[in-house]
Design a binder for this molecule. Structure first.
Ligand code: ADP
Ligand code: MG
Length: 582
């Protein structure tokens, strides 16, 4: 690589400094170090990756003062032979790449041969290694070899990095507090440890052990060692083959979320990477199950033929590019979604519901909420004294018993032997939303005998005009009348009683956010479903409850309302017995 530098080109006509010069090697290393070594966490990442490449089964990482003063990484890998010690610190010196072709099928973590030279350019490094030759130690400070001599050390390699950026004060100033830097190191080690459950990782901070994984290859066990039981219990296994792409790992149940993407770890062919498409794919798979701004959690392994991934796009090798992004997106989303649907809708297919009675037998009274049969399936209610029992012909489908309505808001049920509390509004909302999505004919509109005139603020008026087609799709037909008024000629039938309120809410939702075309209609449908659904605090008649639960039981994604809130809270019998100390 040749680095040219245009120095002081703007310094006045007489300046003799405007000449182009080749930079000396020392400066080149310092500049490159800036790309590779950003903070203590980047040093740890590079050293750990070297240990992984060396075939280690055990890695120990220790930091002091957030890694700024002291970083130690020890491995039990192949080691570096005496002859290679000095070379290992030379820039672009690597044992992992030989030909240009190799660059397009990189299987090791490292390949650029610039980590050790970059680290040594901006710190004081001591590397001791034993490749079966008894052992040697080399010290390099600010890029200069200080000493290199035999030393009896155990097999493997130990690297100690002291005083990071001691010779580049400008960079040192950019470091955050030791606590923050230490947290970055922790995040980095966690990601590396989870992407390599077959290697035992031990992490110490200020002489105290933070965690240690067993290295037995079991991802769940590694997660347990790092995050504990509560977290691990709420993870689901995924495993999915999509063409030549394999997706595996653990994903969070929808009740395990974070406010940011820190809980998302992606390993592409065992390399931890950041990639917004992968995050988007994971998050899209949770659509309708999470409240906005919640981020799902996942430790996801993608195995993709090496030729289909470009790993050489970032000096820190933290990014990758896929030749076929769309396929990778679909593979991941499908893998996650199908697992989530199993819990969102444990009764897998609608075919498992074959009820005895024709739909018309159960008809809601006139005063009933807007519930009508559309699914083609019906539950058969059997009245046992004062409880209702839904039975199905399929043995895999759990029967649902409804014990009644509580606080005019919740339906107390028994599902599969456990106690479930169903939010009547959320359940009905999900039901209506699914119907609106599945069948546009459901978006019936009702001509108003007396059109309603609405006075709107100028920005809402503009919005009405811009979105007139979307409004019509939702069932609202409006005309402008004069300066500030619109006349509403028809409204969606679903919102009887709350039409204007729903319209205003829809306009406000559209006003607030920058929505994609698809999301515009979707947000409208969610509001219609919400307005059309029975409310909390609304007393339901027995027949209405039967109808609601019967329909809800066969609704796809029934355990979450369209906004992603849970519909049903279940307490299993053992939990109740534990609480009651039986
Ligand atoms: P890269 O990993 O891209 O090859 P590095 O600068 O990180 O570049 O390392 C240079 C070389 O030093 C590696 O190719 C490897 O041969 C050797 N090396 C570095 N660290 C270790 C280690 N922990 N165990 C064995 N060899 C190592
Ligand atoms: Mg390396």
């Amino acid at each position: 690589m040749t680095v040219f530098c245009v120095m002081n080109a703007r310094r006045g006509r007489n300046s003799t400094l405007s000449k182009i010069k080749l930079l000396d090697q020392h400066l080149i290393d310092k500049i490159a170090a800036g790309e590779v070594v950003e903070r203590p966490a980047s040093v740890v990442k590079e050293l750990v990756e070297n240990g992984i490449d060396a075939g280690s089964t055990c890695l120990e990482i220790e930091i002091r003062n957030g890694g700024i003063d002291y970083i130690q990484v020890s491995d039990n890998g192949a080691g570096i032979e005496e002859d290679d010690l000095v070379l290992a610190f030379a820039r672009h010196a690597t044992s992992k790449l030989e030909t240009e072709d190799d660059l397009f099928s990189v299987e090791s973590m490292g390949f650029r041969g610039e980590a050790l030279s970059s680290i040594a350019a901006v710190s004081r490094v001591e590397l001791c290694s034993n490749a079966g030759d008894g052992g040697n130690c080399i010290r390099v400070e600010g890029g200069q070899v200080v000493s290199c001599q035999p030393a009896p050390v155990p097999p493997g390699t130990t690297v100690i990095v002291r005083n990071l950026f001691f010779n580049t004060p400008a960079r040192r100033k950019f470091l955050k507090s030791p606590v923050t830097e230490g947290n970055h190191v922790y995040d980095t080690v966690v990601r590396l440890a989870l992407s390599h459950p077959e290697i035992s990782f031990c992490f110490r901070n200020e002489h105290r052990m933070v965690f240690m994984t067993s290295g037995n290859g079991d991802l769940r066990e590694a997660v347990l060692a790092i995050f504990g039981g509560d977290f691990t219990r709420r993870l689901l296994d995924i495993e999915f083959q999509y063409g030549d792409i394999k997706v595996s790992g653990l994903i969070g149940r929808p009740d395990l979320t974070r406010k940011n993407r820190k809980g998302q770890i992606f390993a592409v062919n065992s390399r931890v990477v950041r990639n917004s498409m992968l995050s988007a794919s994971l998050e899209d798979a949770y659509q309708g199950m999470l409240v906005s701004r919640e981020r799902p959690v996942g430790i996801i392994f993608l195995t993709i033929p090496h030729k289909q991934v470009d790993v050489n796009v970032h000096p820190q090798k933290a990014e990758v590019r896929f030749h076929d992004e769309k396929t990778v997106y679909t593979a991941l989303k499908t893998a996650v979604r199908q697992e989530l649907l199993k819990i969102a809708d444990p009764v897998t297919t609608a075919e498992t519901y074959l009820y005895h009675e024709p739909a018309s037998e159960i008809r809601a009274p006139v005063s009933s909420p807007y519930i009508s049969n559309n699914s083609g399936y019906q539950a058969q209610p059997v009245l046992h004294d004062d409880l209702l029992l839904f039975e199905t012909t399929d043995e895999r489908t759990p029967p649902i018993k409804v014990y009644g309505q509580w606080q005019d808001s919740y339906l107390i049920c028994e599902i599969d032997g456990n106690l479930s509390i169903i939010d009547q509004h959320a359940a009905h909302e999900r039901l209506l939303y699914n119907r609106l999505i599945a069948n546009p004919a459901e978006r019936l509109c009702q001509e108003l005998a007396v059109p309603v005139a609405l006075e709107l603020q100028p920005d809402l008026l503009r919005l009405v005009e811009a979105r007139i087609d979307h409004l019509a799709e939702l069932g609202y037909h409006l005309n402008r009348l004069g300066e500030r008024t619109v006349v509403v000629r028809s409204m969606p039938a679903m919102t009887v009683g709350g039409e204007v309120e729903a319209l205003m809410e829809i306009l406000e939702a559209w006003q607030d956010q920058a929505l994609s075309e698809e999301a515009v209609l979707d947000s409208g449908l969610k509001i219609l479903a919400c307005k059309g659904a029975v409310k909390a605090g609304q007393r339901l008649q027995e027949r209405e409850i039967i109808e609601l639960i019967g329909k809800w039981a066969v609704t796809e994604n029934r355990n979450f309302c369209p906004h992603g809130r849970p519909v049903c809270y279940t307490i299993d019998r053992t939990e109740i017995e534990r609480l009651l100390k039986r």
